[in-house]
Write a protein that binds this ligand. Structure first.
Ligand SMILES: Nc1ncnc2c1ncn2[C@@H]1O[C@H](COP(=O)(O)OP(=O)(O)OP(=O)(O)O)[C@@H](O)[C@H]1O
Ligand SMILES: [Mg+2]
Length: 396
């Protein structure tokens, strides 16, 4: 870096947090914008569920947060739920929608137009203990057992009423974001898919859309939860292109009048291989090494100091993943790492382990669920973190 820095500036990089500048992702934001403008223009349901899927750290949450900001700017009320295995997401959704409507002043404590009572009723229905949802329940043809349809129609009511209320107050409509959708139970997924399908039957009365994100297992889980789940809009998020990766590095600094020289950017981009989390991690460590002031230029020496520190942090992540794996999972990972190719077949792993390929299904599924590996079609899997294979080889 050029010496003579003035007061050091705050670090603009955001490992583990929503980035200050979302690099690339214009195609994906475009997909969301299509849905959003359909709601805004026609006041109708924005098409089927939109599902972004990718391994950990690729930028799902960051993308959805950017879309949320954009939608709010054009008059949407937004609600955000991060699904979790620990709790059903529907009661959470009721709470979050209520809070969003209140914040957007769609209703207030003094004039809630009967909302409180309606929300309470919906909460009770959604919270029905043991309520099970069958995959193809339609509103026109409710099953004999009323409890089966209750959560679906409650969710329909919630989304319909909330969206109409937003629109009536002059807003564009309601946009619901569900992050970590893979963690939702099959029942919750079925409820969501059925409710959306039913709302689509009267789509001109439902100015809303639901945009979701989850690990690569999400499309399969949705399709298993309800057959028509396969008609959702699935979009895989990939690592960043070199050009976008370079922007992820330079843009946050440029906003503080700090530049990166070309060699420094190229080196970092090469190290990160498009992985947004590593870009933020190494960008942050490099920034700390450089401690630049306004007008300074970050150079190759700074990167040389920053990258090992980022790698060390990444190693801590590898270690945590390795230690959280059971013995069978570790054996599976070791066999995968031994293949020394990015995508590894089930047969390769089984033959390395000297077992039948059916017997590795258990560890394979669990590692996918944990986000340590991901399926890439035709029975192939790959590691989700760059450099993890090498770490696993060191352990073995
Ligand atoms: N387009 C982008 N431009 C710049 N930085 C990004 C971008 N996308 C993600 N990041 C950075 O990468 C890291 C991971 O992003 P994010 O949390 O959105 O990933 P994720 O896919 O939601 O991961 P997880 O599955 O663990 O929730 C964060 O530090 C974020 O700042
Ligand atoms: Mg996330």
């Amino acid at each position: 870096m050029t010496p003579g820095a003035a007061t050091p500036l705050p670090n603009p990089y955001t490992p583990g947090q929503v980035p200050r500048v979302l690099a690339g992702r214009s195609v994906e934001l475009g997909r969301i914008r299509d849905v959003v403008s359909r709601v805004a223009t026609f006041g109708e349901l924005g098409g089927p569920l939109l599902v972004f899927h990718a391994p950990r750290g690729i930028g799902k949450t960051s993308l959805l947060r950017a879309a949320q900001r954009q939608a709010e700017e054009v008059g949407f009320v937004t609600a955000w739920v991060a699904c979790s295995r620990e709790r059903p997401f529907l009661p959470e959704l009721v709470r979050v929608v209520e809070r969003s409507l209140r914040r957007a002043e769609v209703f207030t404590d003094s004039s809630d137009g009967g909302w409180r009572a309606r929300l309470d009723r919906i909460s009770v229905e959604i919270g029905l203990p043991g309520a099970k949802v069958s995959a193809d329940v339609a509103r026109r043809d409710p099953p004999a057992d009323h409890t089966l349809a209750a959560p679906i129609s409650a969710l329909e009511d919630l989304l319909h009423e909330a969206a109409v209320a937003c629109r009536r107050r002059g807003g564009a409509g309601l946009l619901v974001f569900l992050d970590e959708l893979h963690a939702a139970s099959a029942d919750d997924m079925a409820t969501l898919l059925n409710a959306l399908q039913n709302l689509d039957g009267e789509r001109e009365d439902n100015p809303l859309a639901v945009v979701t994100a989850g690990l690569p297992v999400t499309p399969e889980a949705l399709t298993r939860a309800a057959t028509f789940g396969e008609r959702s809009g699935f979009v895989a998020l990939d690592v960043l292109s070199d050009e976008d990766a370079a922007a992820a590095v330079t843009a946050p600094a440029a906003a503080l009048d700090v530049a990166w020289d070309d060699d420094a950017v190229a080196r970092l981009v090469e190290e990160a291989r498009g992985h947004p989390y590593f870009l933020q991690l190494a960008g942050s460590a490099t920034w700390n090494a450089a401690a630049p002031g306004a007008g300074d230029v970050i150079d190759l020496d700074d990167v040389a100091a920053g990258v090992p520190e980022a790698t060390e942090q990444l190693t801590a992540m590898y270690r945590a993943r390795w230690r959280a794996a059971t013995r069978a999972e570790q054996a599976f990972l070791a066999a995968m790492a031994e293949a020394e190719s990015d995508n590894v077949t089930r047969a390769q792993i089984a033959s390395t382990l000297g077992v039948d390929s059916r017997s590795i299904s258990g560890p394979r599924e669990r590692l996918i669920e944990k986000g340590v590996i991901e399926p890439v079609g035709h029975g192939l899997v790959r590691f989700t973190l760059p450099g993890f294979a090498a770490y696993v080889r060191d352990q073995a």
